[in-house]
Design a binder for this molecule. Structure first.
Ligand code: ATP
Length: 219
């Protein structure tokens, strides 16, 4: 991601959202998209989209909108869509199992290649086409397969100790679905998704704000 340093984090987080929508447009044969249409589809206001796109020199023209192909090629390059990123999942419970069945490749170039668990009943089985390995072999397999991105769906009390092992195994990014706040060195990226908190926050916003778009900066 050559241009990453120049793009603010809030913008970077919205890029996959734009990418997914623009890809659908492109597939359906559309060559341009109006600012209003894009805004409506991704639920981000036009001014924010304009500012986001201005970071990579794609300024929409009045009465024309944005060029779909130009935006797509930029986003594909920036998001490394041409390169398949291997992902490992740790914790094959309800949530983990759902992720193993979910086809991430449909929308982007990430693929869960392997899973880990401590449950003897699960080790050695396959879910979807993903094999479940013993957590004992974590470091060895991650290093051998050069996996640098992890989805963590283990019980919260074990999340930090597994993370410490992931740090040793030189992973670069963790998508943390446990409620536990993980401590990692500065060069490792953790994105935290707590579904219970997100749901609670949605309900809070519905109760306290009439305009749901007040929160759009957090997209
Ligand atoms: P979920 O929270 O995903 O709905 P669950 O309620 O089915 O899961 P949990 O107790 O949260 O089950 O455990 C999730 C998975 O993590 C289980 O498959 C469990 O065997 C596994 N697990 C528990 N401890 C560890 C560990 N130390 N390392 C790896 N996996 C673990």
């Amino acid at each position: 991601m050559a241009q990453e340093a120049k793009i603010p984090q809030a913008t970077a987080k919205r890029l996959p959202l734009y990418y997914r929508y623009l890809k659908n447009l492109y597939t359906s044969g559309k060559t341009r998209v109006s600012s209003a249409e894009l805004s409506e589809a991704v639920q981000v206001d036009s001014a924010t989209i304009w500012r986001d796109f201005s970071y990579f020199g794609a300024l929409g023209k009045k009465g024309y909108g944005y060029n779909v192909q130009y935006l797509l090629s930029f986003l594909r390059e920036t998001l490394d869509q041409d390169e398949l990123t291997k992902v490992a999942l740790i914790g094959v419970g309800n949530l983990g199992t759902a992720f193993l069945h979910y086809n991430f490749l449909k929308n982007n170039n990430t693929k869960i290649e392997m899973a880990f668990d401590v449950d003897q009943e699960k080790i050695g089985t396959s879910i979807g086409d993903v094999t479940v390995f013993s957590l004992d072999d974590l470091e060895e397999i991650l290093t051998q397969e050069e996996v640098e991105v992890i989805i963590l769906t283990v019980p919260a009390p074990v999340a930090q100790s597994i993370t410490d092992r992931l740090v040793q195994a030189k992973v670069k990014g963790i998508l943390n679905f446990t409620p536990s706040r993980l401590h990692v060195p500065a060069d490792i990226r953790v994105h935290h998704i707590d579904l219970a908190v997100e749901l609670q926050s949605l309900v809070y916003f519905l109760k306290h704000y009439s305009n749901q778009n007040d929160d759009e900066e957090n997209l």
